[in-house]
Design a protein around this ligand. Structure first.
Ligand code: ADP
Ligand code: MG
Length: 497
């Protein structure tokens, strides 16, 4: 009997040892707890894991590891469910300093307590978190790009390269047409914007050459009465194999700016007309005063000879008035077609309106014309440019005598070999600082306070550009040769656009 008993005993012993070996061989940490949550067994892996926190065998789980953070539910509940209700549980728990790891805990109820399987999932969680973080970041970036795409104050669109159909577009692009993006997708570029040359631009992009900051103007199919302006950039979109698969388009509407610019031009024109009116009034006033005086004298003398003399002088003065009037009419004749006019005639009419101012200021005029060939141009515009240059020159020579030099000569544009004339307006005035020279052609730049508009040169430059001409300036403030030189090159056929 006792033999049998001790055999069984030995067998139990063997089983226990074998089980202990198996437990030690597994990579899971295995722990037995009694019903009071005291550690009664730890396999090798469990000891390795938990021992850095101090001896655990025989100690209470919760007292030994008080700072553990259990995910989702209070820790006691996780164990209680197994211990009291006999349910299997699985949860994750973080063991803080000095252990610093996440464990996945599986708890199995037994008759005498619970068995716990621990597995270190610190790495696994970290890479999962990293993955999560990355995908959130990608999502956030995508949302950011999408928001930008939708809210950018610029029209954005994607076209196919076969028929140039809209594949995708943002609200702003659709708003050009007063439509929703989905109402436009699938329609073609030229169907929506029948603008001359637009297809050619797209052909160019399809062949690999991007279009950058190109000025486009015209009307849209949805509102053919409004002429609009844009700055557009078109880029090819390359597929992985290097072929062009789509075209992206970014369009900035600048109609408002264009209108404002045109209003400015109009306002400078008005200012020019105002200046012109006051100088004409001034010019006419002098001879008229003379005539009034002469008539008074004639009325108060009986000497017929003397009367004749007075009337003759009065006639000359009146002729001056009439000359000024006819010059003025020419000056403001707004022609729609270009005229042929000699450089000399241009200067002459400009000088006629400044005669009085020039005489009063004591400025001497030095005129030399070498070019007599007429230039085809919009003479009203060129007169306005010259009038502004002469006006600026006189402004620069206030409070002292000076010299106004007007020159014309034949010349060639070295850029393209085109023949034409150069008109030069130079003064011995105050000259310009480097800073002034840098800003000279900016709209609203003036050093004349409220008497200046700062639009004269800006506009002059534009008019000369439109004539395919060149406006140049040199200026010095050195005492020896103080003054400024403005020169305009105009090709003979200045309006061949
Ligand atoms: P505004 O005459 O209304 O000031 P402009 O565009 O004609 O506007 O000229 C801009 C500025 O350029 C002037 O305010 C002045 O400072 C400078 N400027 C132009 N011409 C001359 C000149 N001949 N001599 C000196 N400064 C000049
Ligand atoms: Mg001016």
């Amino acid at each position: 009997m006792s033999d049998t008993f001790s055999d069984l005993d030995r067998r139990d012993d063997v089983i226990r040892r074998q089980m202990a070996q198996v437990f030690d061989a597994t990579t899971d940490a295995i722990v037995f707890l009694d019903r009071n949550y005291n550690f009664i067994f730890l396999n090798r892996r469990a000891q390795e894991l938990l021992l850095p926190g101090g001896e655990v065998l025989g100690r209470n789980l919760f007292e030994r590891f008080p700072g553990v953070v259990y995910e989702n539910s209070p820790y006691v509940e996780n164990y209680r469910r197994s211990m009291d209700l006999g349910e299997r549980g699985e949860f994750e728990a973080y063991y803080p300093e000095p252990l610093n790891f996440w464990l996945r805990v599986q708890s199995y109820p037994t008759d005498d307590g619970i068995v716990l399987f621990f597995r270190d999932i610190t790495q696994e969680r970290a890479s999962k978190e990293e993955l999560q973080r990355k995908s959130e970041e990608a999502e956030r970036q995508h949302a950011e790009i999408e928001t930008l795409y939708q809210t950018a104050p610029i029209g954005l669109a994607l076209f196919d390269i076969k028929d140039y159909r809209y594949l995708r577009l943002n609200e702003r692009q659709a708003a050009f047409f007063g439509l929703k993006p989905e109402e436009i997708v699938g329609r073609t570029l030229t169907e929506m914007a029948p603008i001359e040359g637009l297809r050619d631009l797209f052909d160019q992009v399809r062949d690999g050459a991007p279009v950058i900051n190109y000025p486009l103007e015209g009307t849209l199919v949805t509102d053919p009465t409004v002429h609009r302006y844009w700055t557009v950039s078109y880029f090819p979109v390359y597929a992985l194999d290097g072929s062009i698969q789509d075209i992206t388009a970014a369009s900035l509407e600048i109609t408002q700016q264009k209108k404002a610019e045109q209003a400015l031009i109009q306002s400078e024109k008005l200012a020019a007309v105002g200046r012109l009116a006051s100088s004409i009034a001034h010019e006419i006033n002098n001879p008229l005063e003379a005539v009034t005086n002469l008539l008074y004298l004639a009325r108060h003398t009986a000497d017929i000879e003397e009367i004749q003399q007075y009337l003759q002088t009065a006639e000359i003065e009146l002729r001056r008035v009439s000359a000024i009037a006819s010059q003025t009419l020419r000056f403001h004749k707004q022609s729609t077609s270009p005229q042929a006019i000699t450089p000399e005639q241009l200067f002459e009419s400009v000088l006629s309106i400044y005669q009085g101012r020039i005489a009063n200021s004591g400025v001497r005029i030095n005129e030399r014309t070498r070019a007599r060939t007429p230039v085809r141009c919009f003479e009203g515009e060129i007169r306005q440019v010259l009038s502004n240059l002469v006006g600026n020159a006189l402004d620069a020579m206030v409070g002292g005598s000076g010299r106004l030099l007007l020159r014309t000569r034949l010349a060639t544009n070295w850029r393209n070999g085109e023949a034409g004339v150069v008109l030069t307006v130079a003064d011995t005035g105050m000259g310009m600082s480097d800073e002034t020279q840098a800003k000279l052609f900016n709209p609203f730049f003036t050093t004349k306070g409220i008497t200046g508009t700062g639009l004269g040169l800006w506009l002059s430059k534009e008019m000369i550009d439109r004539h395919r001409g060149v406006l140049r300036v040199r200026s010095s403030q050195s005492p020896k040769h103080r003054g400024s030189v403005f020169s305009i090159f105009l090709p003979f056929d200045a309006v061949l656009r």
